[in-house]
Write a protein that binds this ligand. Structure first.
Ligand code: B3K
Ligand code: ZN
Length: 849
């Protein structure tokens, strides 16, 4: 638990650290409860800082055993958050500080700092875990070269950099402490090698528990493709002799980019056809790439302070999205990314936790690893690239990597490379970094004397602490369609900078149908009063794949909104959708995305944004009715579609085969609605891979059947934690709203509900919080259940508890009754003695708005 009294840290207060740290020697005598850490820190005064300052080192939960300055013992005692060496005690020039501390990895349940997972020692230091390992200036702008040695009986002993002997490592690249890592365990390696563009050979290893080595091939292949891609696309070469990845079962997030020693949640490494779904494979590929790409965007160039987090995260997400698009197809990747953006970032931006891509204050930095920093941070880069063009983007990135190599940089530095490359003034564009909230873009049009005019108006609504905002620079990609026989309609990027702005298209023979915001060229909510037949027309004819999909989406949302208000579903919708889904000329993965109905949470967000109060039960019922109507309409085609999508030959995880499975399983889900599960039962019995197994089981659970299959599944996979997480999530996620809380409650008594494991906790508690109608049960049982478990988790692992508390962030959307119930739970959490700074800050921000 964080012991410091909460107080706000401000961007405006940044000051350079008064001492430079040239070199660090660390020695670990590893022991489960009495690990000894010796540190030798070589300091010199920082000429860029104000002279005469004390030396303040961060340190939490450390037992200080000895302290010496230039070899002479010092009789100082630490306080709860660190150690201060008064300026008067410091020599004039360079000096060396030596400390020895004792820590207890086994009892460190926060999974932050040095901890143990299944008998293995591992670390997580971003953002501020290093201060739980030794006394240190734990801030990203203090960079040093590290030498590490360790003593332990465990056979595999790893740290950053290159090995210099058994259990000894030297990292030649100066780095901040958050990139430090150490692993010791009984592990086996899946090994390979990579030859870089300048001909250096790099040893590659993925370390896992004995018995799991056969599950690493896909992660290794993804790593090699990432290394090649970063050379080819960004000219970035790897810079050590060795690159290690370690998979651990107990991990607070997905993975961590420690220099030369990435540590991964095992669910993002281990994959075989039998145990991993296509989504797992895609995620493994993306996260392996993301962490590898951080070697340049994050490690070689790091952040000056944590307010600049998007500098590394937004850019690295943007790079991993480009990579996945190159590997798997850009149209489908873009649709997936926009679905995630809306589900997580638009949701955040609409509620009490909204914050700018570069925040200006925080209490607990770990609460800011958010969709806004990551996903919106990436969108901002995509807009910048669209505005300056691909060539200028490439030049600006080259300049960024050369100018700032080895530095701890800022968003100002980042924007300056674009300004210097292009001569553009990015002052207005910078609002994307400093102002929170999703702009709304209203569109109207007119046509007169051969001139078609698009009128745009942008609205930038207030967010917590930011009542007023200026207009944003919006790149709006537009195409005009004139008839149903177009094979290509060119895209023009309009640059909007004012609150209201019109753009004319002259010399047209007749009025076009506009396709606006192609490729989702800016992260805005489009308010474009188009309806059937425009949706129908664009769904059939738009040559921009994103907007073709978006037209179907807008059509479905329009229908769902009417249905929640009591109207009937229009038969035109199913007809229009079926035409695309059955078009064999289109990519199956794209057709599968078209079949995916808007989620309940997405509908609630959309209704709230339009000024209505969403009713979770009505949304659920409308979406079910819509699925039933589509199934009835498509019934004659479904068995054929399911059969057509079967892949010939053995399982392969590539995008083409995965796309066919996605469409086949989406069609099977519809078929299950009309054949009462006959085809899905057969599919379950014959499935030879996890995608089809989960696909068939989901179909059955979705219609309230599948008990026998679910039991078989649990029996077969009880020994595989990553697979069992899926089982917990399916049972709860597919329960009917009236039963979801009861099912979740019952599963907390399951012998495999190891709630201390973050993956399992997310699979159960997180899935309930994401079951829209179940979580928002009118009697408040969902809220009380989640609150109870957050409080329990907070005692052990505040980061995971705080992360899951975002289940409550949407409270302002709902009826007064539900609002009161949620706020009561949030107040109950807030009033709990001993609450962590992490959860305390989250709950406080949610209640304050
Ligand atoms: N940089 C890490 C995330 C650290 C989260 C700290 N609470 C993983 C990533 O973004 O690549
Ligand atoms: Zn990252």
């Amino acid at each position: 638990m964080s012991s410091a009294a909460p107080h706000a840290i401000l961007l405006a207060d940044y000051k350079p650290f008064p001492y430079l740290l040239g070199h660090v020697d660390l020695h670990f005598a590893l022991h489960p409860t009495q690990t000894r850490v010796k540190a030798r820190l070589a300091f010199a005064p920082n000429p860029a800082a104000e002279p005469g300052q004390d030396l303040r080192l961060d340190g939490e939960q450390l037992v200080l055993k000895s302290l010496a300055l230039n070899g002479s013992p010092l009789g100082l005692q630490p306080d709860a958050t660190g150690l201060t060496i008064p300026f008067a005690d410091l020599p004039k020039g360079a000096f060396t500080l030596e400390t020895e501390v004792e820590i207890s990895p086994q009892t460190n349940t926060s999974l932050d700092g040095l901890y143990m997972s299944n008998g293995m020692y591992c670390t997580q230091c971003e953002a501020q875990g290093f201060r739980k390992i030794t006394f240190y200036p734990d801030r990203p702008d203090v960079m040093a070269r590290f030498d590490v040695t360790m003593e332990t009986d465990l056979p595999v002993q790893l740290s950053n950099g290159n090995p210099t002997g058994p259990g000894a490592w030297h990292d030649p690249w100066p780095k901040p402490a958050y990139l430090f890592a150490l692993v010791a365990g009984d592990l086996v390696a899946h090994s390979d090698s990579f030859t870089t563009m300048s001909g250096r050979s790099v040893a590659l290893n993925i370390y896992v528990r004995p018995g799991d080595a056969h599950k690493c091939a896909y992660a290794m292949d993804s790593l090699i493709r990432s290394m090649k891609w970063d050379e080819q696309v960004y000219g970035r070469e790897y810079d050590l002799d060795i690159f290690n990845i370690v998979a651990v079962d107990d991990f607070n997030m997905g993975a961590m980019e420690n220099k030369g020693l990435n540590i991964f949640n095992s669910k993002l490494v281990l994959a075989t056809a039998e145990t991993a779904t296509d989504d797992d494979y895609a995620r493994i590929e993306a996260v392996i790439a993301h962490e590898y790409f951080h070697n340049w965007s994050g490690n070689r160039i790091t952040c000056r302070d944590w307010f600049q987090l998007c500098l590394k995260e937004g850019l690295t997400v943007y790079r991993d999205q480009q990579f996945s698009g190159d590997m798997r197809g850009h149209a489908v990747k873009r649709i997936d990314d926009v679905l995630t953006l809306r589900a997580r970032q638009f949701r955040e931006d609409q509620g009490p936790l909204a914050h700018p891509v570069r925040p200006e204050s925080y209490m607990e930095i770990n609460n800011f690893y958010t969709a806004t920093i990551y996903e919106k941070g990436a969108e901002v880069i995509g807009m910048l690239k669209l505005l300056v063009g691909d060539d200028a983007y490439a030049k600006a990135l080259d300049l960024y990597f050369t100018r700032h190599d080895g530095q701890a940089a800022t968003i100002e530095d980042w924007l300056r490379v674009f300004e210097d490359t292009t001569g553009r003034d990015l002052t207005q564009f910078k609002r994307w970094y400093t102002e929170a909230g999703t702009p709304r873009l209203k569109v109207t049009d007119d046509f007169k004397d051969g001139t078609y005019t698009l009128h745009f108006e942008q609205e930038n609504r207030a967010t917590p602490g930011q009542p007023w905002k200026g207009p944003k620079v919006l790149p709006i990609a537009v195409g005009l369609l004139f008839g149903d026989d177009e094979t290509h309609s060119p895209t023009t990027v309009l640059e909007m900078t004012e609150t209201r702005q019109s753009f004319q298209f002259k010399g047209l023979a007749h009025r076009p149908c506009p396709s606006i915001l192609r490729g989702f060229s800016a992260p805005v909510v489009l308010d474009h009063p188009q309806q059937y037949p425009q949706h129908d027309f664009l769904l059939a004819h738009d040559t921009d794949p994103f907007n073709k999909w978006e037209a179907g989406r807008a059509f479905a949302k329009d229908q769902l909104a009417r249905m929640t208000a009591g109207a009937e579903l229009s038969p035109a919708w199913a007809k229009a959708l079926a035409r695309v889904v059955l078009d064999a000329g289109l990519d199956p993965a794209f057709r599968a995305l078209c079949l995916r109905l808007p989620s309940d949470d997405d509908m609630a967000q959309t209704l709230h944004d339009a000024g209505q109060t969403p009713d979770p039960d009505r949304i659920y019922a409308a979406r079910r009715a819509m699925g039933d109507a589509l199934a009835a309409h498509m019934e004659p085609h479904l068995p054929g579609l399911v059969a057509d999508m079967a892949n010939p030959g053995p399982f392969t995880p590539d995008a083409k085969a995965a796309g066919r499975r996605a469409l086949g399983n989406a069609a099977l889900a519809l078929l299950t609605r009309v054949d009462h599960g006959a085809a899905a039962q057969m599919a379950y019995a014959t499935a030879d891979n996890m995608t089809d197994t989960v696909g068939a089981l989901s179909c059955l659970l979705d219609i309230g059947a599948g008990e026998a299959e679910a039991a078989l599944f649990a029996e077969r996979w009880s020994g595989d934690a990553n697979v069992m997480d899926k089982w917990f999530a399916l049972r709860i996620g597919l329960a009917t709203p009236g039963k979801a809380v009861a099912v979740a409650q019952e599963l907390t008594a399951h012998p495999l509900f190891n709630w201390k494991n973050p993956n399992r906790f997310r699979a159960l508690i997180g899935t309930l919080a994401g079951h829209h109608a179940g979580f928002h049960a009118a009697n408040g049982a969902g809220y009380a259940f989640v609150a109870e478990w957050l409080l329990r988790m907070d005692q052990l692992n505040p980061q995971t508890a705080a992360r899951l508390s975002t289940g409550f962030e949407t409270w302002p959307r709902y009826s007064a009754g539900r609002q009161a119930l949620i706020r009561a739970e949030l107040r109950r959490i807030q009033a709990t003695p001993g609450l962590s700074r992490n959860l305390g800050e989250m709950v406080g921000r949610m209640l304050d708005s």
